[in-house]
Design a protein around this ligand. Sequence first.
Ligand code: 3HC
Length: 294
Amino acid sequence: MAVKIENVGVLGCGLMGSGIVEVAAKAGFDVKVREVSDEALDAGKARIRKSLDRAVKKGKLADDDAKVAWTRIGFTTQVAELADRDLVIEAVVEDLEVKNELFQELDELCPPETIFASNTSSLTITDMAAATQRPSRTVGLHFFNPVPVMKLVEVVRTIVTEDEVFDAVFEFAGSLGKEPITARDNSGFVVNLLLVPYMLDAIRQLERGVATVEDMDKAMVLGCGHPMGPFTLCDFVGIDTLHRISEIMYEEYREERYAPPPLLKRIISLGRFGRKSGKGFYDWSGDEPVPLPV
Ligand code: 3HC
């Protein structure tokens, strides 16, 4: 079956979806993005606009290129509008049922050659592929936050992925200006398999009273040259997202290092979801983050 990727559809215009839309449009692809409501779509639109403006301001993108990229993006609330896409990337909530419902809806609408991809952090691609009539044309395309800045994309193949499909998607990731790597379809792929236990372990050490949030962050930035410490990173990824990923990975591997520490749950109960909600391990409402009680 023919493999071509000339236009792209994205399901979800949240933090990750909006970034994927932006990089695809900047790379010259015609992109359509679908959100569940006009409100969510408007928020996604504003996020993309802000990021393009930031790239121009930072000298990363010419003003004219930002304008052209913007014209390549179509916004919709209708899944059916993505029926003409060569590649559809889902970046919706980390819930297998929600993802599979969307893929099954699209499966009926799209021609058989359309490739499905998931930006899942921790679910397996096989569990999505198996829910469609096109398991050999369903792959993983895992981007990193902030998508316009982070160079890596994990391209994930299952045991039934067609070689031509994998190669085309791998090439597509490269054409976005990213550095793709090949990952096997195991929960967490490569990065989250290593990064999630690191973040969870920082929380466990905090529970043990090893040091303060601020000092542990400082330690990893100044001692290891990380761009941000583990608690800033937790707030950046989203406390609720980290918790969800942790639960999925724990269920998969049944290894303690993936289990959500109790403190993570307490922070969520308090409605502290990280930077996006204004509070997580830090209060982000002012100019500088302020550590909160833990
Ligand atoms: N478009 C293009 N480039 C942009 C941009 C935009 N919208 N915004 C910023 N940039 C560029 C800047 O120009 C700058 O480039 P330069 O170094 O060449 O000058 C670079 O990006 C960094 O930007 P800033 O100077 O504004 O910001 P910082 O230096 O404070 O860096 C950060 C911010 C990139 C977020 C950095 O702190 C970082 O790398 N943090 C770690 C992020 C991380 O680990 N992400 C992975 C999370 S895990 C994940 O996503 C997986 C998921 O499944 C959980």
